[in-house]
Design a binder for this molecule. Sequence first.
Ligand code: FAD
Length: 387
Amino acid sequence: MATSYTLSMAIRQLNPDLIICGKQSADGDTAQTGPSLAEMLKISQITNVLKINDVGGNISCHTRTGSVSVDLPALITVEKFANLRFPSVRAKTKDVEIWDAKKIGADIEKCGTNGSPTKVLKTYENSVGGRKCKFIYPNELMEIINVEREKRSTKLEYVPSAKRFDEVWVIGEELEKIARSIGKNIKVLPKQRVEKIVDFASKHNPKVILWPGDLWGRANAPRAAVLLKTGLCADCTHLETDGDRLYMYRPTYSGNLMAKIKCSTNPQMATVRVSKPDNKDVVIAGGKGVKGDFDLIKAFAKKIGADVGASRGLVDMGIAPYHMQVGLTGKAISPRVYIPCGISGAIHHTCAIEGVGTIIAINPDKNARIFQHSDFGIISSFKGIPF
Ligand SMILES: Cc1cc2nc3c(=O)[nH]c(=O)nc-3n(C[C@H](O)[C@H](O)[C@H](O)COP(=O)(O)OP(=O)(O)OC[C@H]3O[C@@H](n4cnc5c(N)ncnc54)[C@H](O)[C@@H]3O)c2cc1C
């Protein structure tokens, strides 16, 4: 909120036709600054842009969710856009003009920590998701899959707080389960135009609104926060309350740390990581290790009635489509069985599989990080697996 406010005051001095923001920072990962800046400047936005198709009186972009066009002035947040240019060592230095609050007409109370309705109460090492791996032989794979897929529960349970809010609002049904851990009654609103949700909230003053942490929620909740003049905590994985304040837990620094965050204004709002109900009880995913042989993974998935996933490595190679991407910038999953094959297990990937029942990793590198997050491991090339 404070960052977007400061930027909005500076940008008003320039009056540009187009503002290009990165989708999200590498430390906070909130993806909030772009959308809240657009709302403060009252201009259109397009998020998760992969390519600009055309710019004239309007701008048309190809995004994660299809092609979108809006009138200028506009703000876009970009994902994979261009390769960054390294600064040249021979470049001549120039003076950087420094603007202060007075120059941009900003209210100092709304800048920096003073202007932030959310506060980080503590950060700590994220130890969630580590598992004890038992190594097995390739020919045992089918038997383990069959035994583990019969087990009922997955590992993600939400512990209810001792005191709970009388009512919690959620946008979209996926959040009902986590909302029950902090609220006695849950009011579910369908996804709709953000102005309508804001209108409704202004009339009824809910204490808490939870938004889905999907592309829609991450693009719209920051705009609602600006309109409702309240804070927003992004991409939470766990919630707690003492009956009055909401304590929001979220991975930060790409999941290496967890942060506990509180919001001092109402409604207290969070986007919450959604793990979509999986269509199938087993998901098998390919990574860069399987490269062009991804069809083999897809054929095996079909044979055993499993869904197919992929690492970002494989998606970035253009071999798997984005909707299959599992991870921080893809989707979180929680099937009974997950089989990452040819995936190294970067934290950006493992942070989205914490809710899986049983993880069976296939990788020829016995030191691959994925084994630290697996229940079973097969040290082998995918070529040695009797798929
Ligand atoms: C902000 C940010 C967000 C990100 N979001 C995501 C995300 O949502 N999802 C995601 O997955 N990543 C994400 N990443 C990228 C992540 O950090 C890793 O780069 C990525 O997960 C690596 O993909 P990979 O495991 O397929 O490839 P690699 O890391 O290259 O691993 C390939 C693995 O294949 C194994 N291998 C090699 N040959 C074979 C063989 N014949 N058979 C079997 N295995 C073999 C290797 O031993 C290796 O372990 C993100 C990164 C950033 C910075």
